[in-house]
Design a protein around this ligand. Structure first.
Ligand code: ASP
Ligand code: MG
Length: 301
């Protein structure tokens, strides 16, 4: 019986299909493992939000309308692929529409003001995770499991106000996240948390820097003193070289936190460079795993 935080990223959620996520979670729930799921945005969504925020600033209401319509369609498609029952489908579709409505209002406000502050930009950037996490939640519910939706804010991830690259205030965060999630986990409820997002003391949404969902996963892992944090991706793990360039590159079964941090800093695009800090502090192993190759144990950090 393990306590595991699992982060699922855009690359492990091919075409917005969350069924594999739910299957993996269900299999571990059956073994009585305690699980928290951290979800990042669907592939490409955060980039498109960034672009939309700039176009809004330039007064492009036309783009705001087209963009939010396309984004809604993309996520509704994901809902249809992932969720089988009408009940959960409709529930999640309603949530997606509500979130899109909020986003449209924010972008419209930016367009009218012609002003994009670091604070409003972070709020816009947080919408990819707000959307994808509802689908993850609904898919898990559709599999008959108990689950609760959290944003980074409601989960208790408190940060400074360095918008765009906020630093978590770990002491308070650990305390809050543990208080909000631990009793649920013990009751067999699976908390599903938006990656990438935190909140300042004043209640403003922050983001943890690009690729920050990994960071969210280790923050949550450190808070609940998880046995392991798993980062699901679409490669087998850390490789000794870029396999596109060096065909003889091999999978590295185990590395130290130190080595992994250096690899992240030097461009192996596997993890957010600061993501290992909270794990290191609590001595929690981080495992990189391939969602397309479940037999592979991945790389253990
Ligand atoms: N969605 C965010 C990004 O694209 C965070 C993440 O993917 O981890 O940077
Ligand atoms: Mg990512």
């Amino acid at each position: 019986m393990l306590k595991i935080v699992m982060k699922f990223g855009g690359t492990s959620l091919v075409d917005g299909n969350f069924k594999r996520l739910a299957e993996i979670v269900a299999e571990h729930a059956r073994k009585k493992d305690k699980i928290v799921v951290v979800v990042s945005a669907l592939a490409g969504v955060t980039d498109s939000l960034l672009e939309a925020s700039h176009k809004a600033k330039n007064g492009r209401i036309d783009h705001v309308l087209k963009f939010t319509k396309d984004l809604e369609r993309k996520h509704i498609l994901g809902v249809n692929k992932s969720i089988t029952s009408d009940y959960w489908r409709n529930k999640v579709k309603r949530k997606v529409k509500e979130v899109i409505e909020d986003l449209k209002n924010v972008l419209t406000g930016i367009a009218y003001l012609g002003e994009l502050t670091p604070k409003s930009k972070d709020y816009v950037l947080s919408f990819g995770e707000r959307l994808s996490t509802w689908i993850a939640w609904g898919t898990i519910r559709d599999y008959g499991l108990k689950s609760q939706y959290f944003t980074g804010e409601t989960a208790g991830i408190l940060t400074n106000s360095n918008f765009g690259e906020a630093t978590p205030l770990l002491n308070v965060t650990k305390h809050q996240v543990k208080r909000r999630l631990e009793s649920l986990i013990q009751k067999g409820v699976i908390p599903v948390v938006t990656g990438y997002i935190g909140v300042t003391q004043d209640g403003a949404t922050t983001t943890l820097g690009r690729g920050g969902s990994d960071y969210s996963a280790t923050i949550v892992g450190a808070s609940i003193k998880a046995d392991e944090v798993w980062i699901w991706t679409n490669v087998d793990g850390l490789m000794s070289a870029d396999p596109q360039i060096v065909p003889s590159a091999r999978l590295i079964p185990e590395v130290s936190y130190q080595e992994a941090t250096e690899m992240a800093v030097f461009g192996a695009k596997v993890m957010h460079p600061k993501a290992l800090e909270p794990a290191m502090e609590e001595n929690i192993p981080v495992r990189i795993r391939n969602i397309l190759n479940l037999k592979n144990p991945g790389t253990l950090i």
